[in-house]
Design a protein around this ligand. Structure first.
Ligand SMILES: [Fe+2]
Ligand SMILES: [Fe+2]
Length: 247
């Protein structure tokens, strides 16, 4: 059994809610697992404003994790500060025990200093992904911040990945892609995409409820959540989500 710990949307430096205690709780939980997960994946919105101070705090949190680590940026991140502050490239391939994690960069640069919330991979990155997937038939996970399809939340659907159909066309060619891991939506959710499971990692700083639910649009009182993806020897993935009590 191969186990992926999946944490998303830590939003270090968030103005509405300091996530420090929530992050400590999440890491305490991961470190208490015995055996420990094989890998920690963080699917973006690591920092809230993308400052050097936020990335220094995020790096200190990540440094508590003793195992392999895979991180990609989200719309709240700033690419250069992310790379400099975390020491992690915005796009990367992480290989652990015969499993490959293709970490994509769906961050669209700010325009005139204004953050762009929708995501885009672009033709060059999609071509890179196609080549990277074709180079190895080990079980692969495609990881990015933005969900590439609608998920039924009015706040999130307009700011999804704009070239989701193009990403699906690439994944269609590679049957060894086990699942697609995303963040951005701040909810413990799952759907199918390109015939594969699309797994949303939850949210540390807040949860975004369904429109029908009687909660704030961005629900800061909701507990921090994370996902544990269990991959069996046949490559079948089972996800268990956890919400942790911060009180
Ligand atoms: Fe977020
Ligand atoms: Fe986001």
């Amino acid at each position: 059994m191969f186990v992926v710990a999946h944490v998303s949307d830590t939003h270090v430096g968030n103005d509405q809610q300091d996530p420090t205690a929530r992050l400590a709780l999440v890491m305490d939980h991961l470190l208490a697992l015995d055996p420990r997960p094989d890998l920690l994946v963080v699917t973006g919105d690591v920092a809230d404003h993308g400052t050097a101070e936020e990335y220094a705090a995020a790096r200190a949190w990540l440094d508590r994790w003793p195992g392999p680590l895979a991180v990609c940026p989200g719309n709240h991140d700033v690419r250069d500060a992310f790379v400099d502050g975390l020491g992690i490239e915005a796009r990367s391939v992480v290989e652990v025990s015969g499993h490959r994690f293709l970490m994509l960069d769906s961050l669209v640069d700010a325009v005139d200093g204004v953050r762009v919330d929708e995501g885009r991979l672009g033709d060059a990155q999609l071509a890179w992904l196609d080549q990277a997937l074709g180079a190895d038939d080990a079980p692969a996970f495609v990881c990015l911040h933005h969900p590439p399809v609608t998920i039924g939340i009015d706040l999130m659907d307009p700011i999804r990945l704009v070239d989701g159909d193009d990403l699906a066309a690439v994944i269609d060619h590679h049957p060894h892609v086990v699942a697609v891991l995303v963040g951005h939506a701040h909810t413990m959710g799952t759907t199918t995409y390109a015939g594969r499971p699309l797994l949303i990692g939850g949210g540390v700083v807040s949860t975004v409820p369904l429109d029908a639910e009687p909660f704030p649009i961005v629900w800061y009182d909701a507990p921090p959540s994370l996902a544990l993806h269990l991959v069996d020897d046949e490559g079948r993935v089972t996800t268990h989500w956890r919400a942790l009590d911060v009180r």
